[in-house]
Design a protein around this ligand. Structure first.
Ligand SMILES: [Zn+2]
Ligand SMILES: [Zn+2]
Length: 415
């Protein structure tokens, strides 16, 4: 957690740099709606980590105490072995995250962006409860828990920089490491690229287990998933595949199939359900990014509200150890509501814009009652008061543009 916390300023600096380069080159790798949704998903993932971080850690500790053969030392070469071994186990965690339905349901969030830029790296799942099981062999061997937590964070931080279209192939590095080029392949929905390049830091595992695919000059990657998310709601991005698996499992008649829906190969559906509720798969040639048009004023408003939400998140992460449980809960609820609301407005919903007023009033009231430091509450009150006045002008100017009919349709999700 600490490693990731220290890396956050660098993440935002690099995102700013890439955005600036993108605007200059006019390559269109950034869209406000998609980028803000990626960041919101990253924020929800961090909130979820606060809620459940003790669970996997405790599991690792229990296995470590009960089964560890030795307690390995902190020598540099043990750290190196831990780093490489973690990446090997990450490969299998990631690979099964694509190949097994219930694990794909958790991992799909990271692939739901239809753009590919540094914000995509932060679009992380909130539901990776099961992933720590893959690393328990390290507990049995005797790698100290704090060492594994650190190499896990370093692994995640490494993966940030590969989410860019601004770095071309990197010569011999392509053969050893995960690079922007071979990770672009991993995020593509072109048939030739599906289920390839699972490595976190080293691409060697993919070469070893026949899942490697280089980026082809004549096949530009099309980013996203075959059954598009069509939503900027970061919670729905986390729940959509679970919801579909639940429906398939509920409707199928055979008990064996109810089980197989969850633990079978990703994409498999029971024949009776597939016949009753067929899913249309669009040809890739017809793929269009989900991109409801938004006026400049509303876009600016969403952007600034997102910054306020990010500021609340950073404050939470920096002061977590000193906050009361009431203070922590109030900030988490405020951040959660803001993420949901901003996503909803980005979907061009008139109702969402109307709900902004209650949100801007409710959050300061919650903070006033929370016992958080006075200076912090005052800053928040001022930010929300200004936003409220601004909102009134935004609503007035955008009234003609917004209509309920423009709200997007939810599409069924399949890889
Ligand atoms: Zn993946
Ligand atoms: Zn990725």
């Amino acid at each position: 957690m600490t490693v990731i916390l220290y890396a956050i300023p660098a993440f935002f600096l690099l995102i700013g740099l890439e955005l600036w380069a993108d605007r200059r080159a006019q390559r269109g790798h950034y869209r406000l709606n998609d980028a803000l949704t990626s960041l919101s998903a990253g924020v929800l993932s961090r909130l979820m980590t606060i809620v459940h971080q003790l669970l996997p850690f405790t599991l690792y500790l229990v296995v470590f105490d009960a089964l560890a053969q030795y307690q390995l030392s902190q020598a540099w070469y043990i750290w190196l072995v831990a780093f490489v071994l973690y990446d090997f186990l990450y490969y299998w965690n990631h690979r099964l995250g694509h190949e097994v339905s219930v694990l794909w349901a958790a991992h799909v969030v990271h692939h739901s962006s239809e753009d590919y830029n540094l914000t995509t790296a932060l679009r992380q799942t909130s539901g990776s409860f099961l992933s720590w099981i893959f690393y328990l062999p390290m507990a049995v061997v005797g790698f100290p828990p704090e060492m594994v937590i650190t190499v896990a964070a370093l692994n995640l931080v490494y993966q940030f920089w590969v989410h860019t279209q601004y770095i071309d192939k990197l010569g011999w590095l392509e053969a050893v490491f995960v690079t922007p080029s071979n990770h672009r392949v991993h995020h593509a929905q072109n048939r030739v690229y599906i289920d390839k390049n699972y490595g976190g830091v080293f691409i060697l595992w993919d070469r070893l287990f026949s899942t490697y695919m280089p980026e082809l000059r004549n096949v530009p990657p099309v980013y996203g998933i075959r059954g598009a998310l069509k939503s900027f709601n970061p919670l729905w991005a986390n729940l959509q595949v679970y919801s579909q698996l639940w429906q398939d499992s509920y409707h199928t008649a055979r008990w064996k199939d109810k089980w197989r829906v969850w633990f079978g190969r990703t994409g498999w559906r029971p024949p009776d359900v597939a016949a009753r509720f067929p899913l249309q798969k669009q040809p890739l040639a017809d793929f269009v990014k989900y991109d409801p048009a938004l006026g400049a004023r509303v876009s600016r408003y969403c952007f600034v509200q997102h910054i306020v939400m990010l500021a609340m998140t950073v404050y939470l992460l920096l002061t977590l150890d000193n906050l009361t449980s009431l203070g922590t809960t109030v900030i988490m609820v405020s951040v959660f509501i803001s993420c949901m609301q901003i996503g909803w407005v980005l979907q061009r919903s008139k109702a969402a814009l109307a709900m902004e007023g209650p949100r801007l009033l409710a959050i300061p009231l919650l903070w006033l009652a929370s016992g958080l430091p006075g200076a912090v509450v005052i800053v928040l009150l001022v930010a929300h008061a200004i936003s409220l006045v601004w909102l009134l002008t935004v609503i007035r100017s955008e009234e003609d543009e917004f209509s309920q009919e423009d709200e997007p349709q939810k599409a069924p999700l399949r890889k």
